[in-house]
Design a protein around this ligand. Sequence first.
Ligand SMILES: Cc1cc2nc3c(=O)[nH]c(=O)nc-3n(C[C@H](O)[C@H](O)[C@H](O)COP(=O)(O)OP(=O)(O)OC[C@H]3O[C@@H](n4cnc5c(N)ncnc54)[C@H](O)[C@@H]3O)c2cc1C
Length: 341
Amino acid sequence: MAKAKVAVVGAGLIGLSTAVCISESIPSCSVTVIADKFTPNTTSDVAAGMLIPHIFPDTPVHQQKQWFRETFDYLSGICNSSQASEAGIHLVSGWQIFKTIPEKKTPFWSDVVLGFRSMTEKEMKKFPQHKFGQAFTTLKCDCPPYLLWLEKRLKENGGYVHVRKIEDLWELHSDYDIIVNCSGIGSRKLMRDREIHPIRGQVLKVHAPWIKHFIRDGDGLTYIYPGIHDVTLGGTRQKDNWNLSPDPSTSKGIFDRCCALEPSLHTAQDVKARVGLRPSRSSVRLQKEILVRGSEKLPVVNNYGHGSGGFSVHQGTAKEATRLIKECIAVLEMSRCKAKL
Ligand SMILES: Cc1cc2nc3c(=O)[nH]c(=O)nc-3n(C[C@H](O)[C@H](O)[C@H](O)COP(=O)(O)OP(=O)(O)OC[C@H]3O[C@@H](n4cnc5c(N)ncnc54)[C@H](O)[C@@H]3O)c2cc1C
């Protein structure tokens, strides 16, 4: 039987992690990642890469928890291996603080991260404007190194990468048997999906190597996330804003808010502003669809719309997409068998 040929459209976090998962779980197929942008020029490169789940309102919580747990366990394995530094994966401890006490003091993901607890009164003294806080240890990806590591891993498994813009998935029909669509915000045009929209995020990457603890305001707008090479200061959430140019007054606002939480940041050096468009929907679109053109059929597995939480769930969604591809391959093999009879 000829090898099934799979094309993954998208070379951000979701495309690369899905391609690696397919190449490892289904060694009998060939995998090619096709995208117009690769690291360091994707949305995924701008992200902070923290494993703190974002809530998808239309996805059942047990599903979100499973994706988060699978991702946390997968990255913990890398973090505990000799690959950790090259892959840019590390543990980070810190605080999530709230100006008003949240309805649920214990989020659904509290038993997935490490050592989750309420902050003590003594810890809260650092944040006089805040009334409540949670302390825990989680994982963080340094995004460009992690994307490079995924790409290297794909190539080691025999996968390929091509730089190319796709206007219509049917362009791939003659060369590939199955398409995996991981085009993020590009799916608005490529799949004519009107539900997916950008939530613009502007962040600052600064040199402040003394910052070891993360601090996140529970409103999700102000955060300080220390990485291996720099500290990410955030941020903004601007719905339906497509502007990729950093705005200087927004940068000043982010810097001032972060300094209010962590005054030592006033002496941070090498401040660089970056902007990314979060590919947002009310739920990740993770499903098969068969495109039909006359008598021709093109199986597509969609895996896009990870919004503000792609890093937190990517391995879980990659595993689910891989399961859907196995189903497509089974159908393909059956039709090839029938054609031979
Ligand atoms: C400021 C900011 C901070 C964030 N922080 C976090 C965080 O701390 N934790 C977390 O979990 N998540 C975070 N996120 C969210 C996370 O970055 C996204 O969920 C994730 O990067 C989405 O990955 P993706 O691969 O779907 O999209 P992208 O990285 O945008 O990749 C899409 C790919 O598809 C390709 N493509 C699109 N259309 C076409 C086409 N027509 N032809 C060919 N190629 C195409 C692109 O070139 C690209 O390669 C953050 C996001 C932002 C912006």
